[in-house]
Ligand binder design. Structure first.
Ligand SMILES: NC(=O)c1ccc[n+]([C@@H]2O[C@H](COP(=O)([O-])OP(=O)(O)OC[C@H]3O[C@@H](n4cnc5c(N)ncnc54)[C@H](OP(=O)(O)O)[C@@H]3O)[C@@H](O)[C@H]2O)c1
Length: 268
């Protein structure tokens, strides 16, 4: 079985790397000559094709689409001439819905949508995977084939992908934003830059260890830090007054979800 990877930029390179480590055959189609040079240098045995008609279609199982949304329609239009029942189209394109892929490609192949985040690079992506029709065996295979991404969870309603994109696609940026605020506060209060990174890193590692130990009752964990009449309680009173922190987060994530929906509408 060979896979075709269309678009080998930021995300495509990581996918290719995962497949190479598992010794899986991949054909790459990317029209950026710099990308081609880089990949040929890194993986001598990756085969490139210049056009879809050069692809040995009989051997292809996965057709992975990994280009920016603005280039996706053009690719789907071309794919229409090659897609067969035996192929599984795997789209990583944010906002590109299954019915649009089916409409452009002639509805012959199965379609799967995968939405990872940037932590895919360290195999720690929180990834959603969605398909309308695939059977249990193929679903299991897909999960194994993309296990290098990190955590993969199946979602059963395509609409949920908009929320998932907003929450977990953007998630790394929200956490970095929060850390940046803490870092600025550290600096303002005289903590040296290097110390601040070490201290924030240890806060994160400690938090993660608690979760990995199975301590996932966050309210209980908070109460172990915030003793009655203590300092932390004073800060938490500000965070939770009128649910202000929660409401701000909710508003921000819903705005990102709305943007994901708007991007989807651009494809129609
Ligand atoms: N990056 C992420 O972390 C991430 C996470 C989740 C989902 N996604 C989704 O993944 C997709 C790709 O994102 P990316 O950041 O990897 O984009 P990218 O870095 O721009 O990579 C896309 C690659 O495809 C090439 N390309 C464009 N049109 C093509 C065509 N018609 N045929 C062959 N190759 C073509 C581009 O070449 P040029 O540079 O010459 O245009 C580029 O090398 C997006 O739809 C995005 O929504 C990305």
């Amino acid at each position: 079985m060979t896979s075709l990877l269309i678009g080998c930029g930021n995300l495509g390179k990581i996918i290719l790397d995962g497949f190479q480590k598992k010794d899986k055959k991949v054909f790459v189609l990317d029209n950026n000559s710099k990308v081609k040079r880089e990949i040929s240098k890194k993986y001598g045995k990756v085969k490139f094709c210049e056009t879809l008609s050069e692809v040995k279609w009989k051997s292809i199982k996965y057709i992975m689409i990994c280009v920016k949304p603005k280039f996706a329609k053009e690719i789907l239009n071309e794919l229409k001439n090659f897609c067969e029942k035996t192929h599984i189209i795997i789209s990583f394109v944010a906002g590109l819905k299954t019915n649009i892929i089916l409409k452009y490609t002639g509805a012959k192949s199965e379609v799967v949508r995968i939405m990872p985040n940037i932590f895919i690079e360290t195999n720690n992506s929180a990834t959603a995977i969605f398909t309308k029709n695939l059977n249990h065996k193929l679903k299991k295979k897909l999960k194994t084939d993309f296990s290098s991404f990190g955590i993969l969870i199946w979602i059963y309603s395509e609409k949920q992908l908009d929320f998932f994109t907003a929450m977990f696609g953007g998630g790394p940026a929200y956490l970095f934003f929060f850390l940046d605020c803490l870092n600025r506060l550290n600096k303002k209060n005289g903590i040296k830059a290097n110390d601040s990174f070490l201290l924030l890193g240890s806060l994160l590692e400690g938090t993660l260890k608690q979760i990995k130990m199975g301590n996932t009752n966050f309210e209980k964990l908070i109460s172990t830090v915030a003793s009655k009449g203590g300092t932390t309680e004073e800060a938490l009173k500000i965070f939770s007054r009128n649910q202000s922190f929660y409401s701000l987060l909710e508003r921000a994530i819903l705005k990102a979800k709305k943007k994901s929906l708007e991007i989807s509408e651009d494809f129609i």
